[in-house]
Design a protein around this ligand. Structure first.
Ligand code: FAD
Length: 394
């Protein structure tokens, strides 16, 4: 395996770099620099710029709107966007339901939904987890019963990220309670404006409204919105989760995160010297950097294999999420007491100017927020179980 970039790859890197410098939305950059919370329009603004350029879905097959890039080009693209602090596009449409639709959908479903995912016209959310069915997802109880050409859906989902903005959701529902759990589940696409859907916020430890509960009360869903065969939704669910876990590794953004920590620790003082000169702090940064380099090479090997992600993606998820958490721990350590007054973030109407350096006031909410990474996408304990069984054959 050759890990050097070719002259063509380097030219591609320059092209991406120039594009970002010229087209990344200035408003968005300003909000990020200020540490403001980002809304739907912010996420969509970068999405739309990339869509116009034809770069919004590098992993999709070309026939559905992908870029046709080599694995190295995809790697370069994610490196460059992270390096330039571009926001990460939301995965629910592009990385989750999109691949499910182009793999398992009917020609009509592909023709309708895929272009709208690419353009950002539809914002998606993921309705998998339920109270009592997270790790043990196959035990889910939200049921869909046939009524003519429709299903009537009743139940509750939880932890549904960004559902407050969603136009559509992809839901796992029970269509047959009388068979083995995994064999009675179907995969439905549901318009979030359908009568009977209620979205209630869950406010997280960092004070943010990112996740929700979704209640479904006699929600009527046409059968034409089911993906793949009835009762075979588990096949789509597993396929999607493997895709979800690869993105979760977040190697490129963690590399940028380490750079930022180093920048901060070079200017922040620890007594007479910079924080980076403190051997204890420097050692933690170096350990993190080594672990990230190891993860980066593992991801590159997985990309070079150029096959659909499998159980190996569990490994990327575990290491990637642990590194993301350690980064926030280091940032909070660097902020020290300046992080403390802002544990709950800023609420609407707050007009106090934060004390301490600008970068410090988001460190505590970010630290709390990132505790999620070892839970979502299938908890890390569950991923270890998958590796033991599927990769190591234990
Ligand atoms: C911020 C956030 C966003 C999320 N977004 C979404 C979303 O958009 N859509 C969605 O559908 N879901 C979402 N989730 C839900 C997420 O997928 C679940 O939280 C996760 O699968 C764990 O399920 P649980 O919360 O029910 O915990 P449980 O399954 O109850 O697990 C509790 C603890 O027990 C451990 N455990 C459970 N079973 C085992 C086992 N067999 N072996 C070893 N340890 C075990 C777990 O690792 C965990 O530590 C989100 C979660 C979070 C925190």
């Amino acid at each position: 395996m050759d890990l050097e970039f070719s002259p063509e790859d380097l030219a591609f890197r320059d092209e991406v770099r120039t594009f970002i410098a010229e087209h990344y939305p200035k408003d968005l950059r300003g909000k990020q620099d200020e540490g403001d919370e980002l809304g739907k329009e912010d996420f969509l603004s970068w999405h739309k710029v990339l869509h116009k350029q034809g770069w919004v879905a590098p992993s999709w097959p070309v026939e559905y709107g992908g870029t046709g890039w080599s694995p190295t080009q995809k790697f370069i693209f994610s490196e460059e966007t992270a390096r330039a602090d571009c926001i990460r596009l939301l995965p629910f449409g592009l990385s989750m339901v999109g691949p499910v639709i182009y793999t398992f959908g009917t020609p009509e479903q592909k023709a309708h939904f895929l272009p709208r995912i690419l353009s950002g016209e539809d914002w998606w959310c993921q309705g998998y987890s339920e109270p009592g069915s997270g790790s043990d997802l196959a035990s889910l109880r939200t049921k869909a019963e046939r009524d003519g050409d429709d299903y009537i859906v009743n139940g509750q989902k939880t932890w549904t990220t960004m559902a407050q903005h969603a136009d559509w959701g992809f839901f796992l529902v029970r269509t047959n309670p009388d068979v083995k759990q995994q064999e009675g589940i179907s995969f439905l696409l549901i318009d979030m404006k359908t009568p009977g859907i209620e979205v209630r916020p869950i406010i997280t430890l960092g004070g943010e409204h990112e996740v929700n509960e979704v209640f479904l009360d006699n929600v009527r869903v046409p059968q034409s919105q089911r993906i793949y065969e009835e009762d075979k939704g588990w096949t789509c669910a597993k396929f999607l989760l493997a895709h979800e876990r690869v993105g979760i590794a977040g190697v490129a953004s963690s590399k940028r995160g380490i750079e930022k920590i180093k920048e901060i620790a070079t200017t922040e003082m620890d007594g007479e010297k910079s924080l980076l000169a403190n051997p204890f702090f420097r050692r933690k940064v170096s350990e993190l950097e080594m672990d990230l380099t190891a993860l980066e090479y593992t991801e590159l090997r997985s990309l070079a294999a150029n096959k659909a992600p499998g159980a190996e993606s569990s490994l990327l998820k575990i290491k990637g999420s642990e590194i993301q958490q350690r980064l926030t721990e280091l940032a909070l350590e660097a902020a020290g007491h300046y992080g403390a007054p802002y544990f709950r973030g800023f609420g609407e109407g707050d007009n106090e100017h934060p004390i301490g350096p600008d970068w410090a006031h988001r460190t505590a909410p970010h630290y709390f927020n990132m505790r999620k990474t070892t839970i979502y996408g299938g908890s890390n304990e569950i991923q270890r179980g998958i590796i033991a069984k599927m990769v190591l054959g234990l």
